[in-house]
Design a protein around this ligand. Sequence first.
Ligand code: ADP
Ligand code: MG
Length: 714
Amino acid sequence: MEKLTKNSPVSKLPGIGASRAAAFARMGISTLYDLIMHFPRAYENRGALRRLSDGVPGEPSAFLLTVGTEPKNILIRRGMTLTKFRVFDESGVAEVVFFNQSYVRDVFHVGSVFRFYGRLTLSRSGPQLSSPSYEAYIPGEPLPSYVARYPLTEGLSDKVVEKAVTAALRAVLPSLSDHLPEAVRQKHDLPTLSYALMGIHAPQSEDMLSRAMRRMIFDELYCFSVGMALSRQSRTEETAYPCPPCDLTPLLSRLPYELTGAQQRVISEIRTDMAGGDRPPMNRILVGDVGSGKTVCAAATIYTAVQAGLQAALMVPTEILARQHYADLAPLLSPLGVRVELLLGATPEREKKRIREACVTEGEERVDLVIGTHALLSDKLQFSRLGLTVADEQHRFGVRQRAALKQKGRGSHLLVMSATPIPRTLALTVYGDLDVSRIDEMPAGRQRVSTFLVDESYRERLNGFIRRQVEEGGQVYIVCPAVEEAAAPEEENEISLADLLSVREEAPPLKAATTYAKELQERVFPDLRVDFLHGKMKSAEKDAAMTRFVSGETDILVSTTVIEVGVNVPNATLMIVENAERFGLSQLHQLRGRVGRGTRKSYCILVSDARGENARTRLDVMHTTYDGYTIAERDLEQRGPGDFFASAYGSSYRQSGGMDLHLATLCRDTALLQAAATEARTTVGSDPSLTRAEHVALRAEVERLFAIRDAAIS
Ligand code: ADP
Ligand code: MG
């Protein structure tokens, strides 16, 4: 047989033909290496054995049972064979049944002992195990406690994946080189790659699994950070358009307020970056809590670029937000001679054409600032001198999209704005290749949004409170975690990777936006105007619903978290979050920031029936803390960095920056996260092109991981 290597296609494995290979390919697996890097989604705990008499019907459990009768094959109808036999332990007897697997008759013999794993059901003839998993038990040879369950796709079963992974491990591990430099591995007491892969796929103990996970988490973040550091470095080879810091007085004198100290500071950081003189372009993120006044900082940045004779593009995630920015910025900038245009997907084609032409002309007619959504990414839009790109509420844009827009002007500056405070300990990792400016001060005179935590027993009072807010002229948001009724709960006895790293709590049923909106409208508030909004609606429908709320046509908007992003409705005074235990603290903080934007006293009410200690403590943070950073730090400690990757890279955060992050987002060990990022910077700092012998394997791994290879690797 041909010798298998890590680069061999999976089709070379026994039992993997063209159709299974195609199924693997759908999951992004083409080589043996891809396969062993395909991690389980959960583990069955078969180590906790139950006696038959303790079996809970319907709940998957493991049993150690002796075969009591020879298996019989029974043809029940054409094409359907049942195989049945009896098994027992000291507590009782049960029947095992297999469908269309007549070969199992030769596996089980009277007196032999097996570990079975499956759901016990009660049939007329007594307890039954239907098509259980089974492993022969040989005294003195312990069976593994944890059995991996893999993410599957059509055409692949657990057994097939398990066998393929086992074969791939056997073929690849003996000659696998470890891409983590030896010194790094030793310093952080991490096991080798081979050990870790065995520990992930076939753990012999919980300790082995957790050591393996720790190594792979470090590994992921380290490679991610190395990729980011390389990308940052490749960009320093570009030379920026210089934008000398112009006089901002004409702009500032048009504002009805004074800038806060923090705003002044970040504007000056930004303008120093842009000043030029043989420097790489600015590549900066501006982070500031909701309402901290990022827009005016963007305006000052745009004004500076335009004064230097350059064009600017402002990209936002939704059409509503684009319109809102246009309505704020056009009156501010136009009188200063800045030509502003709004370009949306919905803009009529003729108008689009006119704007596109005006972006490439020279002279008086040339557009200075285009505000828009993803429509700005279209190849059809070009600029004569794009010097600045601003992306607001960046979390809905991937790194790749930012890069696409920026590429329309070589040497152009990039400013990304975000309302999600990322904990300092994580900033290096999550922002990777961006410099960070923070607005850490709110404009004076902001009211605090009073925050309460209540449970279901307050429902009546809560509804009364909603009504009062509306009667007093306010508007109400109700946020639910789901769009439709919740799917069936996950398998009981499975330990997901997340569970291994955190405490599982009993989950109360989820409120669903659409059904709840209907129920409120019909049964509770027939006289009020209730509307709903969720991410599965078409964008025109979403815009319409949001516009109705903004214009005050709607009293109560029931929605999922789609309203999280930057919309300003000063008249909204009450934010209710259902199933609050489901949300990250930072997310709750964002939602709370949707109210309290006007002069009226505002409230945020978190509704949760979660009894768990963990959920309560978590939610308690919300009514004692109003500072986004403190909340973010707490969130990181309690939930791990997953939410922050999600907020930085959008819901497809597993594809952060072009690379999959599987495990790292589950990690709650901040020291480990930080160590990986710091170590990565040191590595790239000491060997910028990763050409030293100890970095060859690392370079290959980072190239494999990053889809945007040419951008990441110079
Ligand atoms: P965000 O940072 O969430 O994008 P915005 O830029 O939308 O916040 O600003 C929120 C509100 O605060 C706007 O109405 C804006 O006019 C106002 N604002 C911004 N800066 C100041 C300031 N220095 N003093 C008072 N109000 C300000
Ligand atoms: Mg904003």
